[in-house]
Design a protein around this ligand. Structure first.
Ligand SMILES: [Zn+2]
Length: 352
């Protein structure tokens, strides 16, 4: 597999790349970063590219061919030196990774990090710690980690990566330099997908919209499967189904059997409601995400008042923000579906 973690190969995230290359170029790398933004849009890959670029032997010695002869210090990894290859394969002795063990990052993992960070780097001048899904730290781990963050050794940089920064302690957030990641728009993602997957522009566009800008999904998923998954979720939003919620609630597992599935369901509903709003307020079908099913969007757009759509979007937003990891998934889904039922079948509701 060719190297993936290079700034120039990562689609989108121009702002993050600019901030990080400026930090490397100016020799002002922070002790702690918070990479936050939706899941699977390239935060981890960008972190890896950052570390790789900072550590690249040929970049540091000014012999990287990518910027050769320009007179400027190169700000890209060479992808060929032993350092680059070691970072890419996860075997660099100065680069450490922390990931949830099961669903949590536990105190033992933080103690290991604290043990490792105390020692000077083995090869370069800095040790790197990439903490993926940092919001998964349990309270004990988070409190212990805070001590490291309060007094990080000079030779260290911690990169916290999360799709749910609101789940981190405010005292953790305030000690990190925040770098925000947003899903790249379809017109940036589509050409990349065409090239990477060898597909036509139409299919690439459909894939990038169905994947909602989530590069990690668009890179691997099958468009037909994504469509099936979306249709399965949207089936729950039909008038017949919303009128018979008891039947749907009797099998919540299909839409909310895990945190991941619940978020997928909520994301799909959010995009759907966004399309309904676009239908109601513009005459521009190219702005629609679910543009392959315009009739269903227009049915909703005509039947459901904008106020209900906005209220439901706010509710989903709040639930996503508030949802701790152990929240009852089925209950969150039920709350949203009840709201949608009020919106769709309100005329027939008694007393309204
Ligand atoms: Zn290199």
């Amino acid at each position: 597999m060719p190297p993936e973690a290079s700034f120039e190969k990562i689609v989108g995230h121009a702002h993050a790349k600019a901030v990080l290359t400026a930090a490397i170029g100016g020799g002002r790398i922070a002790h702690a970063y918070l990479f936050h933004g939706e899941a699977r849009i390239g935060k981890f890959l960008t972190a890896l590219a950052f570390v790789k670029t900072a550590l690249c032997d040929r970049r540091k010695s000014g012999t990287s061919s990518a910027f050769g002869g320009s007179g400027r210090p190169p700000l890209t990894a060479c992808d060929q030196c032993s350092s680059c290859r070691a970072v890419e394969s996860g075997s660099h002795p100065d680069v450490h990774f922390v990931r949830p063990d099961g669903t949590q990052i536990k105190i033992g993992q933080i103690r290991e990090l604290q043990n490792a960070i105390a020692y000077k780097p083995l090869i370069g001048s800095r040790k790197w710690f990439l903490i993926d899904d940092a919001d998964a730290m349990n309270p004990e781990a988070a409190n212990s980690f805070l001590k490291t963050l309060e007094e990080p050794p000079d030779h260290s940089t911690l990169i916290l990566i999360t799709a749910r920064p609101q789940a981190l302690l405010p005292t953790v957030l305030s000690r990190c330099q925040a770098v925000r990641f947003s899903p790249p728009p379809p017109d940036e993602l589509s050409p990349w997908l065409q090239q990477r997957r060898g597909i036509g522009s139409g299919e690439a566009r459909l894939l990038s919209t169905l994947a909602m800008g989530k590069i990690g999904i668009a890179a691997e998923a099958d468009a037909a499967e994504l469509k099936l998954e979306r249709d399965r979720i949207l089936a729950a939003l039909s008038k017949e189904q919303l009128e018979d919620l008891a039947e749907l609630f009797s099998r919540p597992d299909e839409l909310a059997d895990s945190q991941e599935q619940l978020y997928k369901t909520l994301d799909t509903i959010e995009i759907w409601l966004r399309d309904v709003l676009i239908f109601q307020h513009t005459t521009e079908p190219s702005l629609l995400i679910n543009r392959d099913i315009p009739d269903r969007i227009s049915d909703w757009g005509r039947a459901v008042p904008t106020d209900y759509v906005l209220e439901t979007l706010t509710l989903i937003h709040l639930l996503k923000r508030a949802a701790p990891r152990n929240l009852n998934h089925a209950l969150v889904l039920e709350t949203v579906l009840l709201k949608l039922r009020d919106a769709v079948v309100r005329e027939s509701a008694p007393g309204s």
